[in-house]
Design a protein around this ligand. Sequence first.
Ligand SMILES: NC(=O)c1ccc[n+]([C@@H]2O[C@H](COP(=O)([O-])OP(=O)(O)OC[C@H]3O[C@@H](n4cnc5c(N)ncnc54)[C@H](O)[C@@H]3O)[C@@H](O)[C@H]2O)c1
Length: 248
Amino acid sequence: MSLQGRAAIITGAGSGMGRSIALRLAQDGAAVLCADLNLAGAEETIKEVEKLGGKALAYRVDVSKKPEVEGMVNAAVKNFGSLDILVNAAGIWEGTPAEEIPEEEWDRILGVNLKGLFFCCQAASPVMKERRAGRIINIASIAGRTGGSYCGAHYTASKGGVIALTKRLAKEWAQYRITVNTVNPGPTDTAMTADWPAEIKERIKANIPLGRFVQAEDIAEAVAFLASDAARFITGEAIEVNGGILMD
Ligand SMILES: NC(=O)c1ccc[n+]([C@@H]2O[C@H](COP(=O)([O-])OP(=O)(O)OC[C@H]3O[C@@H](n4cnc5c(N)ncnc54)[C@H](O)[C@@H]3O)[C@@H](O)[C@H]2O)c1
């Protein structure tokens, strides 16, 4: 129970990786605010946390709306008394070829994956600054490192942006003892990839040295490490969880 007494917000906690992360951090003892645009999904997650004996709250948020994000941080502080950990897992994906991406779609993807994630970091920072402690863990993607195997240019750009943003925030906020890191998943079995064509998935899988897609639980393990005391001196870094697709 290494996170006993800590409070965490997990965005995107209504599904996939966010749900697994919420469960994992709750198992480690953290109280978890499970935030998602899909409130029903977040409520499902808190039921699972409560079954494990954990403390959880479901919260509906659109991370691309700054006032809603500020409300989310206030709700965590009001209900849990603090905010120690922020995990940004909310995200959306499109695979549109670059030359066909409409401006609205570009803005929507960047608005959630990059601007929305920034709003969450920004809103959490005053609480963490005051406490002189904080862990921010951003779920980026292997796509932001390699260009990706099957995704749109806007998605790839948003994830590259998250990796760069993480390093900048790590530099600015180190003076307040806030660490900021990314976990970069490879292709992962979640709702996001459920509709990918079978032949694309097979082609990708053939190039994964460890021979399978990432599971949401694999990501949760890396996040739990970065949230723990063991990772206290790691900041501006990335943990690549991809079964060996990218080794550098
Ligand atoms: N699945 C993959 O292969 C893969 C690979 C690399 C990175 N990622 C990233 O991992 C993160 C989690 O994705 P996942 O695979 O678990 O997908 P998912 O679709 O299962 O979960 C994403 C969650 O984000 C929520 N969400 C979407 N827009 C939101 C908004 N505006 N405000 C709040 N919540 C919102 C959704 O409702 C959903 O519950 C995303 O950032 C994704 O880009 C996924």
